[in-house]
Ligand binder design. Structure first.
Ligand SMILES: [Zn+2]
Length: 424
């Protein structure tokens, strides 16, 4: 057994559903005990197990907290962060498609894969749901790199067969076969899972969505990862391309909505669509930084939650301008602030950890520091910069301490990362 000593904070339940002050544990001088890959104890240090075990003392200025979970981002877009100007559809054509076309070169894919996981880990993200490109080999490279790092990832080959440059289009049959081969190779191998990944309705013919639905029927426990209702022009376009009544109906028609379906954005969903998603159990990845950057709109978080839809947080790199879940929490706060709702640090931290795990149906495994879960945690340095040290020292409560980190912290604060009990 290994015992880690420091301050300990973890969400343990949903603050949106109950008393936020009862939704977390915090110990000023606490411990996390780990046996192999698993957490076996959490509490005040005076109650730590006694005996012969390896004790790591991080000190009073270290905060042990669950790893961050990014529920939506695009690995190939790392190099185009901050490509400015234009809303979604123009931005895709001007920047995204040329960047993604480069991934036919495995050398390029390998270089970006290494940089991508470096950045996630540097920023404290220990689990993520990830888009690749249409290239099977590049997708294989992303999986292999995740495995090499011991990273908990859900990845999928993007499926596209219309409304993009010819070099990014594929035949639905090839898309199905390549996706199937990757799925059978990587799904549930160690910490990895596969997501059937049609980019979004506008780049999919009914035949391609049918192929995606066929895969989902064959592999019901695989994920489905796509986008929905990010931008108003996108929604109008979907209505022109498909006969279904609304955007969500398109995915539903092909059997793509279920508990393992994660739809990015959902900024403009109608009541009927929210009701459909809730009935199917589909999840929304809210990406506030991206929504602001592309001017997509303000996500109505409480409205979506009240409809019964589970929500996680995503960076949406490269429309999101940062791999940091601190900045993503900060932007989530601001997006609600301008709509008249103040989210507490407990709500924000929940969305970035346990709530994200719930959105990915991984909450039995990760997302919080609780016995029986995988030992996936961060060691955060409360003295990482002079300003953070000053702010942390003056914090009047755990709530205030977390708020300071949400609005000021970055990768310099992340001092240690453990996944399944192993330092990475
Ligand atoms: Zn996206």
């Amino acid at each position: 057994m290994k015992v880690f000593r420091g301050r300990v904070f973890s969400p343990v339940s949903d603050p949106f559903a109950g008393d936020p002050l009862k939704s977390f544990v915090y110990h000023d001088d606490g411990f996390v005990a780990v046996e192999g890959a698993e957490i076996v104890g959490v509490g005040p240090f005076r109650e730590a197990p006694r005996g012969s075990f390896a004790l790591t003392q991080f000190g009073p200025h270290a905060l042990i907290a669950p790893g961050f979970i990014d529920t939506h981002l695009h690995a190939p877009q790392l190099e185009m962060i901050g490509s400015y100007g234009g809303h979604l559809l123009e931005w895709l054509n001007r920047y995204t498609f040329p960047t993604e076309a480069k991934f036919r070169d495995p050398g390029h894919a390998g270089m970006i894969a290494r940089a991508f996981f470096d950045e996630l880990l540097r920023n404290g993200t220990l689990c993520a749901l990830i888009f690749s490109t249409i290239h099977a080999e590049a997708t294989d490279i992303f999986f292999a790199e995740a495995e090499r790092r011991g990273f908990r990832a859900i990845i999928g080959k993007t499926m596209m067969d219309r409304n993009a440059p010819p070099e990014l289009l594929e035949d639905p049959k090839d898309s199905y076969e390549q996706s199937r081969a990757l799925l059978t190779k990587w799904h549930k191998r160690g910490l990895l899972r596969y997501a059937i990944t049609p980019r979004f309705a506008p780049t999919s013919t009914p035949e391609l969505l049918e192929a995606a639905g066929q895969l989902k029927r064959e592999f019901p426990d695989a994920y489905v990862h796509t986008h929905i209702s990010e931008n108003k022009n996108e929604i109008t376009w979907v209505q022109q391309l498909f006969a279904e009544a609304e955007y969500a109906d398109v995915y539903d028609r092909y059997g793509l909505l279920g508990e393992r379906s994660v739809l990015a954005h959902g900024v403009w969903l109608t009541e009927e669509e929210l009701d459909l998603l809730a009935r199917r159990g589909a999840r929304i990845a809210h990406c506030p930084n991206s929504n602001l950057f592309l001017g997509s709109g303000l996500f109505p978080l409480h409205h979506v939650l009240e409809a019964g839809v589970i929500v996680g947080l995503g960076t949406d790199i490269g429309a999101g301008t940062t791999p940091s879940m601190f900045t993503t929490m900060s932007d989530a706060y601001k997006v609600q602030q301008v709509q008249g709702v103040s989210l507490s640090p407990f709500h924000l931290w929940y969305l970035a950890t346990l709530g994200g795990a719930k959105a990915l149906s991984l909450d039995a495994e990760t997302g919080s520091l609780q016995p029986g879960k995988s030992a996936d945690f961060l060691v955060l340095d409360l003295q990482a910069t002079p300003l953070i040290a000053m702010r942390s020292e003056r914090a009047t409560s755990v709530e205030d301490l977390l708020a300071g980190l949400i609005f000021m912290a970055d990768d310099r604060v992340v001092r240690g990362r453990f996944i399944a009990g192993r330092e990475v």
